[in-house]
Write a protein that binds this ligand. Structure first.
Ligand SMILES: [Ca+2]
Ligand SMILES: [Ca+2]
Ligand SMILES: [Ca+2]
Ligand SMILES: [Ca+2]
Length: 318
């Protein structure tokens, strides 16, 4: 209380306390938050901050995104836990709301915080919190995941065109022909249905199956994966060209000499983690929140072992 009083005096003496400086007691943050490794969770806007500080805990922020092999499919990952609350995190925690007459830039998680931080309001609250964690796996093949649900049953994990054990939404080579889906003439436009995507996609042999799901793209009876020539057999049929005027052999039905493939190319899968935090029972004296949504974590400072997006590689068994 003494600090608030002192700061109020500061405000009166140094600033014109027009509406811009007067405390609004409203949280006006966007829907994102940041963190640093020693467990400071914070949101700032140009004149306010809201923090959750956790002390005396062994928990580190990277614990939130622990993964393990999915029991249904060894090619998939799952989160070890999707929720962490104060009991999982341990230690002691405090929420703080502050408003400032000075800039809030760089005031948290900074080895050298700015000089002359002028706090105009400073409230502390107890309360609970839960982190909700989501893992999204995707192939970044140019087709949104929901259009890789070919049987339309809402389950992305039971669509596997090439039967390599990697569901289509995670499979950057859906037909397993060693030509990546993104190179098979698919053009997605916002709002397209699957039928529209298929109608718009390249179908070289006109058999009604778009190239990205056709393992014999030119319909010449030799599988695309086997349309390589000996000098450039590199699990990539796009660079095997007998007749430059006709394009690569896998799109040229006049070239049918097979060179049997012996392996699939490496598949890269993109992992994105979303960490959302909800606080419960905040009471900053003049204003209270039963629940307060901190939004999504967007940045972590001072940690070397935490990344909200990453990749992993799988080469399917041939
Ligand atoms: Ca597959
Ligand atoms: Ca795919
Ligand atoms: Ca194909
Ligand atoms: Ca051919």
């Amino acid at each position: 209380m003494r600090k608030i009083f002192a700061l109020s005096i500061l405000c009166l003496s140094l600033f014109t306390c027009d509406d811009g400086d007067i405390i609004t007691s409203e949280l006006e943050f966007d829907d994102t938050f940041r963190a640093c490794g020693d467990l400071v969770i914070y949101k700032t806007n140009p004149s306010q901050s809201l923090t959750l500080q956790i002390t005396g805990s062994e928990f580190v922020i990277s614990n939130l995104i622990q993964t393990e092999v999915h029991p249904d499919n060894p090619n998939r990952l799952q989160l070890v836990n999707t929720e962490y609350d104060q009991n999982n995190v341990g230690g002691n925690h405090t929420f703080k709301y502050r408003s400032y007459a000075s800039s809030t830039e760089g005031i948290f998680c900074n080895d050298v915080p700015p000089d002359n931080i002028q706090i105009t309001e400073d409230y502390t609250s107890s309360g609970d919190f839960t982190f909700f964690v989501t893992l999204i796996e995707d192939d970044n093949d140019g087709i949104p995941a929901y259009l890789e649900d070919l049987n339309g049953n809402g389950d992305l994990n039971d669509d596997d065109t090439d039967g390599d054990g990697i569901p289509n939404y995670m499979d950057p080579d859906d037909d397993g022909d060693n030509v990546l889906t993104i190179s098979e003439g698919v053009t997605f436009e916002e709002g397209m249905t699957l039928a529209e995507l298929e109608a718009n996609a390249l179908d070289t042999d006109g058999d009604g199956i778009p190239n990205y799901r056709d393992n014999d793209d030119d319909g010449d009876g030799t599988l695309t994966i086997d349309e390589e020539n000996a000098t450039t057999q590199d699990n990539n049929p796009t660079n095997d060209v007998t007749d430059p005027n006709a394009g690569p052999d896998y799109l040229n039905d006049q070239v049918t000499t097979p060179l049997l493939a012996t392996s699939y190319r490496q598949h890269t899968i993109y992992n994105t983690f979303e960490v959302r935090m909800i606080a419960y029972g905040l009471d900053f004296s003049s204003f209270q929140y039963q629940t307060y949504d901190f939004g999504n974590l967007i940045d972590i400072s001072n940690t070397n072992d935490f990344d909200l997006s990453s990749t992993r590689n799988i080469t399917p068994e041939f």
